[in-house]
Unconditional design. Structure first.
Length: 246
């Protein structure tokens, strides 16, 4: 699970309930999400991926970690094993088409300001889903919503109270707006980096990640991945705003 970040206006909490699941699980991120996507891709191509093929795609030297991800995905009810299929025996489970399969899960809050420590479970204070087909924004299994708190992205048209539609993925391109976790605290910013930092005296330059606000009232955050754990939760792909007439 990737925790949130924010100022009094900039934080998200990830709800441990994953989309389409009957029980509480952390949302899929990183290699585990990629394993599921590789299995789905294999089924679409009528050639389910083997454990070794998945390990090679992810750049892993050993299939042991792939087996751990597969077992966890099986426990979450997202994949199943076909004993008669030989080495290509893992397949994603077709999710039953019901009301929730055509809705976007709201998994928590995210800050649009300075990162802050996550606190509490946001689910009880938020709607569980948005009645919009997630395929509008991409693969249904990777689309989630986070409630914005803060105004650091104001000039990009992102306001406090908006719902950020995020496609869960472990990397983004420079200049894209991303939900990012820094030491377990989340924020929504423009991703820049890693890049070479300035040279200080005889010391070597340091590669750093910059997270830019879209509001001149907020400074750019410069993070050294060698000193802090920086993880991309996903890429911003849409914004939903409720219009209130007074």
């Amino acid at each position: 699970m990737i925790p949130p970040t924010a100022d009094s206006s900039d934080q998200y909490h990830t709800d441990p309930t994953s989309a389409g699941s009957q029980s509480a699980h952390p949302p899929l991120t990183g290699n585990r999400l990629q394993v599921l996507e590789l299995l789905r891709q294999g089924v679409r191509q009528n050639r389910p991926a083997t454990v070794r093929e998945i390990a090679r795609q992810l750049g892993l030297s050993s299939p042991a970690s792939v087996h751990r991800h597969l077992r966890r995905l099986e426990q979450m009810g997202l994949i199943e094993r076909d004993p008669a299929a030989g080495s290509r025996n893992w397949q994603p489970i077709q999710q039953q088409q019901d009301a929730t399969s055509s809705a976007i899960p709201v998994v928590g809050r995210i800050a649009a300001g300075e990162p802050i420590e996550s606190a509490g479970d946001a689910t009880s204070r938020m709607d569980a889903t948005i009645p919009i087909d997630p395929k509008t924004f991409g693969s249904a299994a990777t689309i989630v919503a986070l409630q914005i708190e803060g105004m650091s992205m104001r000039d990009a048209g992102i306001l406090s109270g908006d719902l950020a539609i995020v496609r869960r993925q472990p990397t983004v391109e420079n200049g894209e707006i991303a939900a990012v976790s820094i030491d377990g605290e989340g924020t929504l910013k423009i991703w820049r980096g890693p890049h070479e930092g300035e040279e200080v005296g005889p010391q070597k330059t340091v590669r750093s990640v910059r997270l830019e606000a879209a509001n001149c009232g907020f400074e750019t955050m410069e993070i050294d991945p060698g000193q802090h754990r920086v993880e991309v939760f996903g890429k911003l792909v849409g914004i939903i705003r409720r219009f209130e007439r007074h």
